[in-house]
Design a protein around this ligand. Structure first.
Ligand SMILES: *Cc1c(COP(=O)(O)O)cnc(C)c1O
Length: 391
């Protein structure tokens, strides 16, 4: 019983056990700057596992999105179509280049940008579509790539939450012209802060490497392709050091196992809450046909904002830390200043008020029955445990 009273955090970073060994190896090897052996191993892993043309490790998904915005050579007044129901970096990366985010509403089922609303938001200044695979659940990339192809637009996938998810057998992040991963400690595969830019369109590959290495052709120099390296273009220091890459490699090696474990936790929540969905007190996540998810998150949509707030408070009293997000970008102070809305934001506003995210991390399993019971009780229902001996 005492163990059951222990507070359950919303997230706890999962360690595979090999992180310190690899950091020790990097330390012993004497190369601590970026673009060394562990960086190459991580990038090869991402390329092999996703099928992207080229992967470049970055300090964060935010940095990878900033690289994408630089690669597009955006000018002030250019527009990028994106959802408002996302993290600030999706918009900020483009705003930093002077571009205008054009916010489009989400689908009420997957909570991804509604692909049917994209085409009407395109103007003569639209340069790109930045999709977000919310909760690691794929956007309809067939429709989106078709629109982009017909209208001459670039597609950037904010796949921060989508590592090891797929759409019709293709890894998220590898379908658009450019993709961005996050390895932030709240994501599935982590390095504290960390990310990667996935370059899928050959046109961007050589320049991406130059921007990444402070605007120099240092990469070509190390491959022996030029006999000195020099300033070639704009750029910045987007690459992490080898200690971070060493940590990340230990995680990538276990990424499939981590995902399987998360999927089992997700499935247990999903089965348990079926009766509450049938009773009409909440709605469970929807994973569309064609998507193989990565169980990045488990959320519930309550009947109203008040029911959501009451559930969050109740869970808190029971020692369970659940959270909500996102505060939509379109009517945030910076969203009003830098962005523009196309159409109404009905589902974005509605979902933001009614969503609850439950703890989902490898290691939460012993607490899961208690979390489920607490949700049932706080919603005025009784949960009958399925498994014998669960208490
Ligand atoms: C986490 C997240 C980011 C930012 O990732 P960082 O690695 O922290 O920069 C961007 N977009 C989405 C959708 C995210 O979930």
């Amino acid at each position: 019983m005492s163990e059951e009273r222990e507070a359950v955090p919303f997230n706890r970073p999962f360690m595979t056990g090999r992180e310190l060994d690899y950091i020790r190896q990097a330390h012993a090897g004497g190369q601590l700057a970026g673009n060394g052996p562990f960086t190459h191993r991580c990038q090869s892993w991402i390329e092999a596992r996703t099928g992207c043309r080229k992967a470049l490790l970055t300090h964060s998904c935010t940095a990878a999105l900033e690289m994408a915005a630089l690669l597009l050579d955006l000018r002030p007044g250019d527009e990028v179509i994106m959802p408002s129901f996302t993290f600030v970096s999706t918009a900020n990366a483009f705003v930093l280049r002077g571009a205008t985010p054009v916010f489009v509403d989400i689908r009420p089922d997957t909570l991804n940008m509604n692909e049917a609303l994209i085409e009407a938001a395109i103007t003569g200044r639209t340069r790109a579509i930045c999709v977000v695979h919310y909760a690691g659940v794929a956007c309809d990339m067939d429709v989106i790539m078709d629109i982009a192809g017909r209208r001459g637009l670039i597609v950037i996938e904010d796949a921060a939450q989508g590592v090891l998810s797929s759409w019709r057998g293709r890894a998220l992040g590898s379908i658009g012209h450019l993709g961005a991963f996050s390895f932030h400690e709240t994501k599935n595969v982590i390095s504290g802060e960390g990310g990667a830019l996935l370059v899928n369109d050959e046109r961007f590959a050589a320049r991406a490497e130059i921007l990444w290495e402070k605007g120099t052709n240092r990469g070509s120099f190390f491959r022996g392709e030029v006999d000195k390296y020099t300033w070639m273009d704009v750029g910045s220091s987007f690459l992490p050091g080898e200690l971070v890459a060493a940590f990340l490699y230990a995680q990538l090696e276990e990424a499939e196992a981590i995902t399987r474990r998360r999927l089992a936790i997700w499935r247990r929540y999903h089965d348990a809450f079926e009766t509450l969905e049938r009773a009409g007190v909440l709605r469970r996540p929807v994973v569309p046909e064609g998507c193989a998810g990565n169980a990045h998150m488990y959320y519930l949509l309550l009947e109203s904002g008040d029911a959501r707030d009451a559930l969050l408070a109740g869970l808190r009293e029971d020692g369970i830390h659940a959270v909500f997000h996102y505060v939509p970008l379109h009517d945030a102070p910076a969203g009003c200043r830098f962005g523009r809305v196309h159409g109404d934001m009905r589902h974005t506003d509605d979902v933001a008020a009614r969503i609850v995210r439950l703890p989902l991390w490898p290691g939460v399993e012993p607490h899961q029955a208690r979390i489920v019971e607490s949700v049932f009780r706080r919603l005025g229902h009784e949960y009958e445990r399925q498994e014998a001996g669960a208490s």
